[in-house]
Design a binder for this molecule. Sequence first.
Ligand SMILES: C[S@@+](CC[C@H](N)C(=O)[O-])C[C@H]1O[C@@H](n2cnc3c(N)ncnc32)[C@H](O)[C@@H]1O
Length: 249
Amino acid sequence: MAGPRRPWPAAALVPLGHRASPLVALTAVFYDPMMTTPDSARGRYGETLAEGLLESPAAERNKEPILDAIRSRLPDTGVVLEIASGTGQHVVHFARALPVLIWQPTDADDDLRAAATERIRAAGLSNVRAPLRLDVLAPDWPPTEADAIVCINMIHIAPWSATKRLMDGASRLMRPGSPLFLYGPYKRGGRHTAPSNEAFDESLRARNPDWGVRDLDEVERCAEKHGFSLVDVVAMPANNLTVIFERMG
Ligand SMILES: C[S@@+](CC[C@H](N)C(=O)[O-])C[C@H]1O[C@@H](n2cnc3c(N)ncnc32)[C@H](O)[C@@H]1O
């Protein structure tokens, strides 16, 4: 099955090595991190090119706060599966900080997986596995273990069925007591928590009517149906939340 549609120019994803090159300079001008230009002129999720690697400015900002929010609930050992790794910035950051854990990045998008592979190679980390192709909507997920699952900024940039399939797949992989971490913007009690989230929701729906900021109560109900209980909600910068579920016995 093909991954999500790729609207950025293929040239922007040519492996570029780690040093800025004339090609980088050329392709960088096609990127608009504010996501205000036509689809064909920027990274799908607002990525830019930095030092020859595809980079999400948002991931640069949120990787440390997310690590702070999840680290005390991660297992001491084992495999942490990341769903929708994107450019691989989080997995590299987390793996560097927590070298005892094995990190398994995944994504549905071939180009983003290639970008993550490049970043992981550049980081030279031995505790990050090669990114796997995992589309949460696909009936079969690739074989992998998961002592914990992390999914950052995906469920609002995918149809609601992706949340259901994420919970379904996670419930099949995880043992009782294992944590599932979601990060992103959420409505609470059916209402937006900030004007910026409301504007973001509108922009998502304008791009794809099936996308949109999810309501935490609905996500919790979905999680419960799939055998997860909500154990913590951590307020994060920029009106985001880290939501922590645990696989029930
Ligand atoms: C906004 S990006 C976030 C990427 C990364 N987690 C981050 O925060 O920088 C959304 C990600 O969700 C992934 N995605 C969208 N639909 C997906 C699906 N059905 N299964 C798996 N990943 C999906 C995209 O390929 C992309 O990597």
